[in-house]
Design a protein around this ligand. Structure first.
Ligand SMILES: Cc1cc2nc3c(=O)[nH]c(=O)nc-3n(C[C@H](O)[C@H](O)[C@H](O)COP(=O)(O)OP(=O)(O)OC[C@H]3O[C@@H](n4cnc5c(N)ncnc54)[C@H](O)[C@@H]3O)c2cc1C
Length: 484
């Protein structure tokens, strides 16, 4: 590309573009090489092996939040450490990639909840974040007697699903009272999204509660009535870590061009579609799939439609951090057997959850140390993000030792930070994303955790459906060109 062209792009986008920039033509450009983007590329490849596809990734490696590191002599996940099996999207992909024989189920006992300074067992019968067996809840000591009585009103008050999106907190507080909301639903459902249930969209994060209410029988009886037949969904991981899924996808599509360290700085209209301008290279693409998180997508789509950038900018994400700690087995009176625990926000600790890695996963329990994977950061609490690594380790180590009764400090420690990583789905999120999609030209497809829901399983499905939509559009365009 000549210098003049480079200057024009530089000025137009108002962002730096490196000299020596090359431009090529492809059928589909994908922005973001996380599991959604790689899943989309894989599905496009399967749908039409002749397509020319480029994936732009701003980081030095693809994978996004799927990252496995060496720690304490093991391969430890610092992002997702497994996935819920809801349909067959992930397991089928693992089969296609030859990874199915390395899928592993957890072996640790049920996790607990820390409330009122004490670690308590989660009562049996939890369904979609709700405790559905009143007697078990009563026995667990999770709720005070007035909280139990208040929750019982759910059985007598008639129910119906609200006709607009409301917060999970407002639903649960109205039906079951504040004690259930704060002590059970906040840690269990809010914990998954690092979110405050009073600001969390019921449609996005807890459709099972809406389905329960729609039965007219209240939340608890409705949850039992709408429970799908069969065992609850399984949680699985990959021996060797979740980044093997990323390595498998990359190996399965050698002819897809992966442009790492090449963040897309903007998208400009072009004669045959879009000019996707990366920091180091550009492509002219017939279609574009944007799998970057909303705040990044907002920045790169501001030249396509300004309302898109504004609306995407309204989707916030919370920063979280993982603190890995190891302890000698003799530091415990009893080595942990459960998979871990969640900490209620009312405890005000930096520690929001702990996974006893060596108890949860059979293949990681063989070392001489107990490995704890501690989570920090939640919506409205940025204290952990403000500390440096040494301070954060010190604080989390202290909190964990107090809660779990560990003697002596951690032997090894590592911090991995995930800045603006957990999308916060406020009530009305679905409508906001719908408005963005209605405004975007059909040849730009948005996909990923920040738009339609988080989790590996969901993201693989988002990537697949983005690929299907692009394949249909390209086929349609080819047919029209042939008939013209
Ligand atoms: C600590 C943690 C624990 C989790 N645990 C679980 C779990 O146990 N199970 C589960 O199912 N899910 C879990 N999740 C959620 C899950 O990891 C995510 O929902 C999923 O990985 C998101 O994938 P994605 O591809 O949509 O986004 P990302 O993984 O965020 O990928 C987006 C990619 O886009 C790139 N990018 C951004 N801007 C640009 C640009 N301008 N140009 C080029 N590239 C760009 C980014 O660098 C990134 O690689 C967890 C998440 C975190 C943070």
């Amino acid at each position: 590309m000549v210098d003049e062209d480079l200057r024009i792009r530089h000025d137009l986008l108002g962002r730096p573009v490196e000299a020596g920039h090359e431009t090529s033509s492809v059928d589909v450009a994908i922005v973001g090489g996380g599991i959604t983007g790689l899943g989309a590329a894989h599905a496009l490849r399967a749908g039409d092996p002749t397509l020319r596809i480029t994936v732009f990734e701003g980081a030095p490696a693809v994978g996004g939040k799927l990252r496995t590191i060496d720690f304490a002599g093991q391969r430890i996940d610092t992002g997702p450490d497994g996935f819920v099996v809801r349909g067959d999207a992930v397991t089928t992909l693992c089969e296609q990639l030859g990874l199915d024989t390395d899928l592993v189920s957890p072996c640790g006992g049920a996790p607990g909840i820390v409330y009122d300074g004490r670690l308590r067992r989660i009562p049996p019968g939890i369904m979609g974040g709700l405790a559905t067996r009143p007697l078990s809840v009563a026995r667990s000591g999770m709720l005070p007697w007035h909280g139990l009585l208040r929750a019982a009103l759910d059985v007598v008050a008639p129910s119906h699903a609200p006709d607009r999106d409301v917060s999970v907190g407002s639903l649960v507080r109205r039906r079951l009272g504040d004690a259930t909301a704060d002590r059970i639903v906040q840690p269990l459902l809010g914990g998954i999204h690092c979110a405050d249930i009073d600001a969390m969209s019921a449609r996005m994060c807890a459709p099972q509660l809406l389905a329960a209410l729609a039965t007219g029988r209240g939340l608890v009886r409705g949850a039992r009535a709408t429970k799908t037949a069969g065992p609850p969904p399984r949680f699985l991981t990959l021996r060797g870590g979740m980044s093997r899924l990323v390595d498998g996808l990359v190996a399965a599509m050698p002819d897809v061009r992966l442009r790492t360290d090449d963040a897309v700085v903007g998208v400009l209209p072009h004669r045959h579609g879009w000019e996707v301008v990366g920091r180091r290279t550009s492509v002219h693409a017939r279609a574009l799939i944007v799998c970057a998180p909303p705040r990044d997508a907002a920045a790169l789509l501001d030249h396509v439609r300004d309302t898109v950038a504004h609306n995407l900018g309204c989707i916030e994400s919370t920063s979280v951090g993982i603190v890995l700690l190891t302890y000698g087995r003799n530091s415990f009176d009893e080595v942990p057997q459960s998979s871990g625990f969640i900490v209620s926000p009312q405890e005000r600790t930096l520690l929001t959850a702990c996974t006893w890695v060596s108890a949860k996963w059979p293949h990681l329990g063989t070392g001489e140390h107990v490995i704890a994977r501690c989570s920090t950061g939640r919506s409205g609490d940025a204290r952990a993000a403000a500390l440096d690594d040494a301070e954060l380790i010190d604080r989390v180590d202290g909190e964990l030792r107090r809660l779990a009764g560990i003697r002596g400090g951690a032997v090894q420690a590592r911090v991995v930070r995930w800045t603006h990583s957990m999308p916060q789905f406020r009530p009305g999120h679905g409508r906001l994303v719908e408005a963005v999609r209605e405004t975007l030209p059909s040849s730009i497809v948005l996909a990923g955790a920040g738009y339609d829901g988080t989790g590996i399983h969901a993201c693989i499905e988002h990537g697949r459906s983005a690929a299907t939509s692009v394949l249909e559009q390209l086929q349609e365009a080819t047919k029209m060109a042939e008939s013209a």
